[in-house]
Design a protein around this ligand. Structure first.
Ligand code: IMP
Length: 193
């Protein structure tokens, strides 16, 4: 029998993608589908903290199994920034272009351009809490390349590749991305349940 699992997101693309990997033992529900239409404040100082905060918030209200994710770009020479502030690094909104400009400006003249994307998923299942993380290392190049993807993709060159995330077909990015690695860990765990 299928078990219901809430994914604390309204990003239906992410939800469908994860649902297709999980198969039919769990049926995912978005926040909108369970009638939750507020913003959950992401006030924790870490990705783990924010993922846990979102999952806990929904569990406290609905008492149902759920999970949440949070992702950030961590740049070594910037002491891990933008990190938890990746979505709102330059402005309050999700201004991808301004965020990239700010990162490129802050890296001006720096030799070390190493960076990684990291996704953390927090799961609350049958009253216990679990976290899963996925990471992909690479470097921030000096100019944008490519038009696919979103966020910092045009300036992120994954290690071992000559294409930025924005120059890769989505299927290729999905094989190696931080999000895919974290989701695979989550799915592996859920399949064992
Ligand atoms: P979220 O936690 O998935 O909403 O991601 C937070 C922010 O990190 C996004 O607004 C993007 O700026 C950035 N980000 C997350 N995943 C990616 C990615 O795969 N490529 C580029 N940027 C990303």
């Amino acid at each position: 029998m299928s078990r219901e699992l809430i994914f604390a997101t309204n990003n239906l693309h992410k939800l469908e993608e994860i649902q297709s990997i999980i198969g039919d033992s769990f049926v995912l529900k978005s926040l909108q589908q369970i009638g939750f239409n507020e913003d959950i404040p992401e006030t924790a100082p870490t990705l783990e903290g924010n993922a846990l905060l979102k999952a806990q918030h929904i569990f406290n209200i609905y008492g149902k199994n759920c999970f949440a994710d949070d992702t950030g770009l961590e740049i070594e020479a910037l002491d891990g920034r933008p990190g938890v502030f990746s979505a709102r690094y330059a402005t309050d909104g999700h201004d991808f272009e301004a965020n990239i400009d700010k990162v490129l400006y802050e890296l001006t003249g720096k030799e070390n351009r190493k960076a990684r994307f990291r996704t953390v998923i927090a799961l609350i299942l049958d009253g216990s809490t679990y976290t899963f993380d996925g990471r992909v290392s690479g470097e921030i190049i000096t100019e944008r390349r490519g038009s696919a993807g979103f966020g910092y993709d045009p300036v992120f060159l994954p290690d071992g590749y000559s294409f930025t995330f924005a120059e890769m077909p989505l299927e290729e990015k999905n094989k190696i991305s931080h999000r895919a690695l974290a989701v695979n860990k989550l799915v592996g765990f859920l399949k064992s349940k």
